[in-house]
Structure formats: structure tokens, C-alpha cells
Design a protein around this ligand. Structure first.
Ligand SMILES: *Cc1c(COP(=O)(O)O)cnc(C)c1O
Length: 365
């Protein structure tokens, strides 16, 4: 038996009839760009989040980039974010000529520590990007309080947290904009690239609609420098099928996480914790252990995958060091980068597979 990090084949097999029919319909309609499925998916995702607006874009990175621009972030501005995330979160800040400022994380949920944000605020600070990493919401209440006090925009990176909840509010609905990725391995994943921004602001939604389509709202009339960043119609059709099952998929992930927690019993290993106010969607199931190499090797010997998300904290990435001297230490992020290990996690993982994985981990030495 080999166990991958994610097995997309099982989900396709289960939904094949519906997905194949949805794709065939698009091929028959031949309306491939900004067609009816994109419009419907936008409505359905807005409704899922009880927000008035959702705008489909080409991928999660562009969702962040366009949301930053729609929030008015410009060259020279500073944007506070977490150093423990996928590069895209900070990359888009720097691509706009703005400066990513990293505030360290909490070890219990791997998310930005609200208590460390205020000391990073300067006259140039314009926004905060919290990331709901691995599917666990960042601590949004104190973040929103700081943002209101200092008149900062809040753009939520929800690439890993579709369907997660903070105090019963869906992730992505608390800040000015919530940005999703539909990369195939995400909780709600298409069969190619895709992304979306949700917002309660008519102005932000309108601006993103213009930016995604070459800065144009009326064909061949361009008011802004924009992008070609549209959500593909075939992806939208596939995502509409999968959206119907997302809560079921997320429940299965939670059940798998609980099974891991019950079965793994190493004294040297910290299991994921879920804050009482949060509903986790376990995009990743990530442990912390000083025995990472030993455990990963033992798993690999049994053909079980594991992965390190993320091995290098962003303030130590070559690309950001070339742009700026991040001299300060971010000890929690560095400690996590050195000790985290993510285990196979997807809805269709079986109880037997989880028992086997836990058994290998418990006996690795
Ligand atoms: C996947 C991801 C992104 C980028 O999404 P793409 O669709 O791959 O562009 C951004 N932020 C985080 C935290 C992610 O995991």
C-alpha cells in the first residue's frame, strides 16, 4: 500500500458522472471565458459566505494581488503578514512595490500572533494579510480591532481554509476581502488553476471585476492597467459540482484529524490544536517534532508520503533578503520551519490507513 499526501483520483471516481456532464455541457456551449458557470459559481460562493459579492479570478495568487490593488495598496506602502506561509502571500505585496513586514506566529495554530502586530505598524502601514494556515482560522477579533484602530485594510488569505469558521463566521468574511485558491489540492480544488475574492464591499468587487479583465468594464475602454486574470469556465463548472460537497469533505477531514490525534502517541510530538472558537478544515494535518527526519524516513520506508510545509520562513527567503535586510529574528516561525511535518490528509483517507501511519510514527526511532 502506498499512501500519497493527497489522492485526487478517489474524489474524481466518486463524482465522475456529475463532473463529466458539467464539462461536456461547457464544451457544447462553447462559452469558455466568463460564461454562465463563472457567474453562477460567484453567486453560489457569495451565498455560501452570506456576502453580496464574489469575483472569480485566474488563481489564488491573483486573488490576493487584485484584492491588494482594489484596497489601494501601492508602491512604498507596508503590509503586515505572517512569515510562515506559502510564498504567494508575501510575493504579491512585493510585486506591487509594497513592503512585506513579517510579524511572528503562534506555535499552537501556526498563524500570525495578533499581539506582535501593533509594534510593526508605521506611518506607511496600509494593510494586514492574515493567513488561515492549514485550515485553522487566524485569531481575527484582535486583528480586526487593531485594523480599525489604525485604519488598515484586512485581506484574508483563505487559500487553505474554504469552509473554516471563526466564532461561527466563515473564514474570509471578517476582513475587507477574502481570497481563495482552487488549486487542485486545496479543500475546494478544480482541475487546473482558479481563484476567487469575496467581499462585502461593492467598490472592491467592482474594482476586481475591472482589474481581472484588462482594466476594462466596457469592452475596449480601459480605465486602469489591469490583468488577464479570469476564472476559466470549465473550472467553474467543475467547482460548482464540488461546492455541493465541500462541507461533507471538510467533515471527513476533521474526522480523519481526530483519528490521527487518537492514534498518535509520541511524547516528543505536538499534535495540531483547534482553538475553542474555531472550526478547522484541516487542509493539512501538521505535527511538530524534533524527530522529523526519523519519522519521515520511517514513513517513506513504508511508502507513506509526508511533507514539510514550510521548510524556510519567508523572512529568510533569498528573494526577500535581496529586496530588504530582514535582520530581526522571528523565533517561533523559525522553530516551526525546523520541526513541522505534514501527514497525508484528504477526505477519502481510510481509518486503516490512518492507523498504519500512526503506528509507523509511534514506532519510528
Ligand atoms: C495555494 C496558496 C496560495 C496561492 O494560490 P494559487 O492558486 O496556487 O495561486 C496563496 N496562499 C496560500 C496560503 C496558499 O496555500
Amino acid at each position: 500500500m502506498t499512501i500519497p499526501m493527497v489522492d485526487l483520483k478517489k474524489q474524481y471516481a466518486a463524482l465522475k458522472t456529475e463532473i463529466d456532464a458539467a464539462v461536456s455541457d461547457v464544451l457544447a456551449q462553447t462559452q469558455f471565458i466568463l460564461g454562465p458557470n463563472v457567474a453562477k459559481l460567484e453567486e453560489e460562493i457569495a451565498a455560501y459566505h452570506h456576502l453580496p459579492y464574489a469575483v472569480g479570478v485566474a488563481n489564488g495568487t491573483d486573488a490576493l494581488l487584485l484584492a491588494l490593488r482594489a484596497c489601494g495598496i501601492q508602491a512604498g506602502d507596508e503590509v503586515i503578514t505572517t512569515p510562515f506561509t506559502f510564498i504567494a502571500t508575501a510575493e504579491v505585496i512585493a510585486l506591487l512595490g509594497a513592503v512585506p513586514v513579517f510579524a511572528d506566529i503562534r506555535p499552537d495554530d501556526f498563524n500570525i500572533d495578533p499581539g506582535l502586530i501593533e509594534k510593526k505598524i508605521t506611518r506607511k502601514t496600509k494593510a494586514i494579510i492574515p493567513v488561515h494556515l492549514f485550515g485553522h482560522p487566524a485569531d481575527m477579533n484582535p486583528i480586526m480591532e487593531i485594523a480599525q484602530k489604525h485604519h488598515l485594510k484586512v485581506i484574508e488569505d483563505c487559500a487553505q481554509s474554504f469552509g473554516a469558521r471563526y466564532q461561527n463566521q466563515p473564514a474570509g468574511t471578517l476582513g475587507d476581502a477574502g481570497c481563495f485558491s482552487f488549486f487542485p489540492s486545496k479543500n475546494l480544488g478544480g482541475y487546473g488553476d482558479g481563484g476567487m475574492v469575496i467581499t462585502k464591499s461593492e467598490e472592491i468587487a467592482g474594482q476586481i471585476r475591472i482589474l481581472r479583465n484588462h482594466g476594462s468594464s466596457v469592452r475596449y475602454h480601459h480605465s486602469e492597467l489591469g490583468y488577464n486574470s479570469r476564472l476559466d469556465e470549465i473550472q467553474a463548472a467543475i467547482l460548482r459540482v464540488k461546492l455541493k460537497y465541500i462541507d461533507q469533505f471538510n467533515s471527513a477531514r476533521r474526522k480523519n484529524a481526530a483519528a490521527y490525534c487518537a492514534a498518535i502517541n509520541r511524547k516528543d510530538t505536538v499534535l495540531p490544536r483547534v482553538a475553542a472558537c474555531c472550526e478547522h478544515v484541516f487542509h493539512q494535518f501538521t505535527i511538530r517534532t524534533p524527530k522529523r527526519a526519523v519519522i519521515a524516513t520511517a514513513l517513506a520506508e513504508k511508502k507513506i508520503a509526508s511533507a514539510v510545509y514550510y521548510p524556510v520562513s519567508l523572512h529568510q527567503q533569498e528573494v526577500f533578503l535581496k529586496l530588504q535586510n530582514y535582520s530581526g529574528k522571528l523565533p517561533v516561525s523559525e522553530m516551526c520551519a525546523a520541526t513541522v511535518l505534514s501527514l497525508p490528509m484528504f477526505p477519502e483517507l481510510t481509518a486503516d490507513e490512518i492507523r498504519l501511519i500512526a503506528d509507523v510514527i509511534n514506532h519510528a526511532s
